[in-house]
Structures are given as structure tokens and as C-alpha cells.
Design a protein. Structure first.
Length: 245
């Protein structure tokens, strides 16, 4: 039977081996998570190329793999489109839905044109992604072009519920773009007639003119949609004080 000192040494050595294994396991985990952060430039470039390709191909599994290796999902593409904006532009909707739910996504990131993910999702009629971004705290009101301008321009059937959703989140009804164009003007030119009706019903000002001196009725005339022209003309007549022409 070993004496007390020998037994103590044996216990100490055994404990040391256990701690060493734990340290090695912890170190291995840290290294694998930080692989991309410390990777040689060529390896980091390959990971980046795979990331952009995976977005375009709507490949969620590769995105997940790269996330686990530490890739920043806010890394823009070579044209400086944020990843979620790129996914929406390419109709890579599985990737878009995945990215929209990620806690570390910068929902306000914009491309060089000043467009963010909420704007593109609203324009293209992806109501579920709009809702996901709103849950994440995406800003409905912003200087210049707003998500409401984009929603009002949409041509899909989802344009109406998305427009209503943004209004429910306190989107400014008569928001003006840098040249003074309002969501009602965009709806009159590009959007659906029911969106025009909704904006008018909510109190949109049909008398506003942009910097080119055009109002929503002028935009509707350019669109060639007579029913929208008639609706806006009626709204303008109703807005005039009684006794005026």
C-alpha cells in the first residue's frame, strides 16, 4: 500500500492530466471558433468567396458552417451590398430568412444607393421578412427614401399588407425623399391602386408637390392608369375648400 505522500503525488498527477485535457479542449474550441479571424489571407479570401457564393445560390448550410467558424454575417459583397440586401436582390429567400433572424445582423446596413434590407423586402413583397426585421427593431422612419416609399412602389399582392404593416408601426405617411417625392406619388406611378386607396384613406396629402412641381395626380397621369387618375382627382377636389375651383 502506498504511503500518504505517494498517494498525494498520484492524485496530484492525475488531477494535472485532467486539467491539461480540459485546457486542450478549451483551446481547441477557441481556435476553431477564431479560425477565420486569424486565418492567412488566402484562407480568409476563400471563406469570403464561399460566403458570397452561398448567398447567391441560396445555400443556408454553407452559411451556417461559415458562421460556426466565425465569419461576420455583416461582411458586404464586392459591390458593398450588405449580405441580407444581396440575398433579397437575388431572391435567395432561404438565406434571407435565415439572416433576418440572426441576433448579430446589422439590420440598418445600407448599400451604396442607401437601401437597407427593410426597404428591399418591402419593395419585393416579402411580408414575413419585413415582420422579422421589424421584430429586430429595424427603423421604419429614416431621412430621405423610406421603407414606406418602397412598399408603396411594390407591384406584388403583398404591397397592401406591407404598407398597412408599416403604417401600423408609425411610418410617416407623407415622408419626403430628397427631392420631395412622397409614398403616395410612388404608389400613383408604380404601385397598386389599392395602395393608393389605403394611403388616401389614412390621410395622405394629395396636394403635396415635389421639387419638380409634380403632385401625385401628375405621377398617376404619367403611369397611364386612368382609374388611379380619377381616384386622385377626386381626392384633390375633396381637399379644396367649398366654393373654390
Amino acid at each position: 500500500m502506498p504511503d500518504g505522500q505517494a498517494l498525494a503525488r498520484a492524485i496530484h498527477e492525475f488531477a494535472g492530466r485532467i486539467m491539461k485535457r480540459r485546457h486542450l479542449l478549451l483551446l481547441s474550441t477557441i481556435v476553431s471558433v477564431a479560425t477565420l479571424a486569424v486565418a492567412p489571407p488566402a484562407r480568409a479570401q476563400r471563406a469570403y468567396d464561399r460566403f458570397i457564393t452561398a448567398i447567391i445560390r441560396d445555400d443556408v448550410s454553407t452559411i451556417l458552417e461559415l458562421q460556426l467558424r466565425g465569419l461576420d454575417i455583416n461582411t458586404p459583397d464586392p459591390d458593398l451590398n450588405p449580405p441580407l440586401v444581396l440575398a433579397l436582390q437575388r431572391d435567395a429567400l432561404k438565406v434571407a430568412r435565415h439572416l433576418a433572424e440572426q441576433w448579430d445582423l446589422n439590420v440598418e446596413a445600407t448599400n451604396p444607393a442607401g437601401e437597407n434590407a427593410l426597404m428591399i423586402a418591402a419593395l419585393r413583397g416579402h411580408e414575413d421578412i419585413v415582420r422579422a426585421l421589424l421584430r429586430r427593431g429595424a427603423q421604419v422612419n429614416r431621412p430621405g427614401w423610406t421603407p414606406l416609399h418602397y412598399a408603396a412602389s411594390g407591384k406584388t399582392e403583398a404591397a397592401l399588407p406591407i404598407t398597412r404593416l408599416l403604417l401600423d408601426h408609425h411610418a410617416y405617411l407623407d415622408a419626403e425623399s430628397p427631392n420631395g417625392t412622397t409614398p403616395l406619388m410612388m404608389a400613383a406611378l408604380y404601385g397598386r391602386s389599392e395602395v393608393v386607396d389605403l394611403l388616401l384613406a389614412e390621410g395622405a396629402d394629395a396636394t403635396v408637390r415635389n421639387q419638380q412641381g409634380l403632385d401625385a395626380l401628375d405621377f398617376a397621369r404619367r403611369s397611364g392608369r386612368e382609374h388611379v387618375v380619377q381616384r386622385l382627382a377626386a381626392a384633390l377636389r375633396a381637399s379644396r375648400p367649398k366654393g373654390s375651383w
